[in-house]
Design a protein around this ligand. Structure first.
Ligand code: ADP
Length: 264
């Protein structure tokens, strides 16, 4: 374990208590919430509190079972087995965080079933072995419920092996503290950006794939901390990433100029 400080995480509900309880009982966790709402930071803080190493895997649709579990690599004329991140976590008793698990193909996630339930076992077909998870191993998966097709939906049999924690963007007073802390800007600037975020989240605009997350508000505040005027910072860090549609972009720019334009 490192002696680094606890990752800065402000709880928004009872999520820390539920996570710690699930961990102690050897239950797996399913974190739901929009992108940029703090899921990764939350897991980092919990790994610190529970004093477990954290192994994170960003899932994508090319992810194979071998990417998770391991594979034989050719070395010279020989083959050598190399553990994948999931296997390492099982052996070390680490917290294994599979970020955006619905991105992974279902045949990949099947390997999680015996790990996620009471068996806590990882079958490694290629080695002809079944590994028992070391004490401390904990499987945590996350996904964004608003951002997936039915096809990509998690299998019920996977979901029902897990304890769910729902996270969302923090309330404005908390989000203000987070933006201020993360970007090193004063509260007034943070409050302005959070207000803008609130407005964008209330827009029912078809052209927006996602709403403004805490992450993009922090990015805008960071540009401002470097001397970029606040409205320009918000155009670059909030409006730009959210849409490519010229009409929606113009609308967002107007909103940004109205709320942030003259003040900073
Ligand atoms: P996700 O994993 O949900 O996409 P992250 O954990 O990467 O989101 O969060 C994005 C950023 O927002 C983090 O780097 C952190 O700076 C900040 N953040 C979001 N929520 C919180 C919170 N509750 N406490 C502290 N920081 C937060």
């Amino acid at each position: 374990m490192t002696t680094a400080a606890r990752p800065f995480y402000v709880p928004v509900g009872d999520e820390e208590q539920v996570f710690a309880a699930a961990y102690r009982q050897g239950l797996s966790l399913l974190l739901k919430g929009p992108t940029g709402c703090g899921k990764t930071r939350f897991v980092e803080a919990m790994a610190y509190d529970l004093q477990r190493p954290l192994i994170t895997v960003a899932c994508h649709d090319d992810l194979t079972t071998a990417d998770l579990v391991g594979r034989f690599l050719l070395e010279g004329g020989d083959t050598r087995w190399v553990d994948g991140p999931l296997t390492r976590a099982v052996r070390e008793g680490a917290i294994c965080y599979l970020d955006e698990v619905v991105e992974a193909r279902q045949d990949t996630t099947v390997v999680l079933h015996p790990l996620a339930d009471h068996r806590r076992q990882l079958p490694i077909e290629r080695l002809g072995t079944v590994l028992d998870a070391a004490p401390g191993f904990c499987l945590v998966v996350s996904y964004n419920p608003g951002y997936q097709s039915v096809l990509k939906d998690l299998k019920d049999s996977t979901r029902q092996r897990m304890v769910a924690i729902e996270l969302d963007f923090p309330p404005p007073d908390v989000e203000e503290k987070i933006v201020s802390h993360e970007a090193g800007v004063d509260h007034e600037v943070a409050a302005r950006l959070v207000q803008l975020g609130q407005l964008i989240r209330r827009l029912e605009t078809a052209g927006l794939r996602e709403v403004a997350s805490t992450r993009v508000l922090i990015a805008a505040a960071r540009l401002f901390a470097e001397g970029v005027p606040l409205a320009a910072a918000a155009r670059a860090a909030v409006a730009g990433p959210l849409t490519d549609d010229p009409v929606v972009t113009a609308g967002l720019h107007e909103l940004i100029d109205t709320y942030l334009g003259s003040a900073y």
